[in-house]
Structure formats: structure tokens, C-alpha cells
Design a protein around this ligand. Structure first.
Ligand SMILES: NC(=O)c1ccc[n+]([C@@H]2O[C@H](COP(=O)([O-])OP(=O)(O)OC[C@H]3O[C@@H](n4cnc5c(N)ncnc54)[C@H](O)[C@@H]3O)[C@@H](O)[C@H]2O)c1
Length: 255
């Protein structure tokens, strides 16, 4: 019996990195998973990876910035699996720029994907969970950079701070409905979002080393570290946990 057996999950950003690792973990623990992302090719790879060890997953191409697309994604999940119990809003984008160099275009893009996408997901996820009548669990991806910040991460930090705040409003609204809403705040994790930036540096190995040194635990995160935390929030093991900022950062932010 898996830790989320019998539950149905919709995971965005599931073509890559943390979304893919989370979808795999939920499926391995018995959930039926609708994996959603804008990247169709990599989504198909992720579906095959989940199906290999016998996990149950279907894919849906979703642009999280479109309300119509969200309506279709949630409806297809319910049509395929009968209900929605778990929603993981993981899709995200990042640009490295300070307040003077950030363009309005990239500012808006990061807010559309990272914050509007979470709002739309929750709006339509709530509807399906209410209809199911047995509550649910929503996990929104923020970041440690939604709590603290760096000078060169202006727009991303703003959008992730918004996710931190809207999660609490949604948790208050969802409490009486049996719908729990929590945010997760990873530190640096070895996914393409970080690997792409580090690989572009002149001495990537030194950059990885310097990053690891900033972490009391002595390393940056791996996708499985975050997927394990999401699994806890998704499962009934966390049935008294809502509105939590779950920081998963090897101690980075307590210094
Ligand atoms: N990797 C880290 O160090 C780290 C740290 C803190 C928070 N996060 C957050 O975790 C989440 C996952 O990041 P990751 O590291 O796996 O990055 P990633 O780049 O590997 O994956 C992000 C995924 O989001 C998808 N995506 C982008 N725009 C989309 C859209 N409009 N609609 C649907 N899907 C879209 C991409 O196609 C990609 O598959 C993000 O919200 C990110 O901000 C990551």
C-alpha cells in the first residue's frame, strides 16, 4: 500500500526537474498522476519514465498562464481518473536580473508563469476538489527566494513572494472545505533551472563548489529531496498541516 494510494494528482512543470521527480514519487507511492507541462516532447519522456516501473500517468499539454487551458487540464484529469485529490503547482521560470536591468517583458513573464499560473491552478483545482467532496491537498512551489532575496533575482523573488502569500489566503479559505494548501521553498536544487546557469559560467565546477559551501548540510539539493517533502504534504500524513511554508534548503536560510 503506497503512501498516496487511491489518490489522483495533477502535477505541473512535470516535464523536467522537480515536477518530474515529484510526479514519479507520487506515482511510485500509488497515485494516479496527470502530468502537465508546456514542453510536449519532454512530457512524453516523463510519462514513459513513470510508466516503466508500473506507475500510472497520463500527460496533458498545459500552458499554466491560460485559464482556458487550466479548465481543460482539470476536466481531463477528472474525466480520466474520476476526481482530483492533489494539485502540485510546480511549473516555473527564472531570469537573473536586478531591479535596474530586468525588462518589463521578463518581469511580466515570470509573474504570469510563477504567480498567475498558481492562482489559476488553485482556482480550478478548488472547484474540482469541492465537487469530489473529500477535500484535497495543494502544494505551491515558491522558493527560499520568496522569503529572502538576492540583488539579481528581482522579478523571480517578487513572484515567489506572491506564491507564499496567496498560499496562506487559499489555506484559510480551504480549511473548512477540507482542502489543505501549503507552499514549498527549496534552496538550490540540481535541475536544469540551476544547471543551465552554472554551465554558462567559465568554471562550472568552482561554482558548484561555492554553492555547496553556502549550505550547512554541505551540498545543494537533489530533486528527490524536494519530491519527498511534496509527498509528505500530499499524503494524509500531513492532514493537520495547512498554510505551512515548508523550507527544504539544507539550512541555507537560517544563517
Ligand atoms: N531548482 C531550484 O533550485 C529551485 C529552487 C527553488 C524553487 N524552484 C522552483 O521549483 C519549480 C520547478 O523548477 P525546476 O528546478 O524543476 O525547473 P525546470 O526548469 O527543470 O522545470 C520547470 C518546468 O516548468 C515548465 N514550464 C515553464 N513555463 C511553463 C508554462 N507556461 N506552462 C507549463 N509549464 C511551464 C518547463 O517546461 C519545465 O518543464 C519552479 O517553480 C522553480 O521556481 C526551483
Amino acid at each position: 500500500m503506497g503512501r498516496v494510494s487511491g489518490k489522483v494528482a495533477l502535477v505541473t512543470g512535470a516535464a523536467s526537474g522537480l515536477g518530474r521527480a515529484t510526479a514519479k514519487r507520487l506515482a511510485a507511492e500509488g497515485a494516479q498522476v496527470m502530468i502537465a507541462d508546456i514542453n510536449e516532447t519532454r512530457l512524453a519522456e516523463a510519462r514513459d519514465e513513470i510508466a516503466q516501473p508500473g506507475g500510472q500517468a497520463m500527460l496533458h499539454v498545459l500552458d499554466v498562464t491560460s485559464e482556458e487551458a487550466w479548465e481543460r487540464a482539470v476536466a481531463e484529469t477528472v474525466a480520466a481518473f474520476g476526481k482530483l485529490d492533489i494539485l502540485v503547482n510546480c511549473a516555473g521560470v527564472l531570469s537573473i536580473a536586478d531591479i535596474e536591468s530586468e525588462t518589463f517583458e521578463k518581469w511580466s513573464w515570470q509573474h504570469r508563469v510563477n504567480l498567475d499560473g498558481v492562482f489559476l491552478g488553485m482556482k480550478h483545482g478548488f472547484k474540482a476538489m469541492r465537487q469530489g467532496g473529500t477535500g484535497g491537498s495543494i502544494i505551491n512551489f515558491s522558493s527560499v527566494l520568496g522569503i529572502l532575496s538576492l540583488s539579481n533575482i528581482a522579478a523571480y523573488s517578487s513572484a515567489k513572494g506572491g506564491v507564499r502569500a496567496i498560499t496562506k489566503s487559499a489555506a484559510l479559505h480551504g480549511g473548512p472545505l477540507g482542502i489543505r494548501v501549503n507552499s514549498i521553498h527549496p534552496g538550490h536544487v540540481r535541475t536544469e533551472m540551476v544547471i543551465d546557469g552554472v554551465s554558462a559560467a567559465d568554471y562550472p565546477d568552482e561554482v558548484w563548489q561555492k554553492l555547496a559551501e553556502q549550505y550547512p548540510i554541505g551540498r545543494v539539493g537533489e530533486p528527490g529531496d524536494i519530491a519527498d517533502a511534496v509527498l509528505f504534504l500530499a499524503s494524509d500524513e500531513s492532514s493537520f498541516v495547512t498554510g505551512l511554508e515548508m523550507v527544504v534548503d539544507g539550512g541555507y536560510s537560517i544563517q
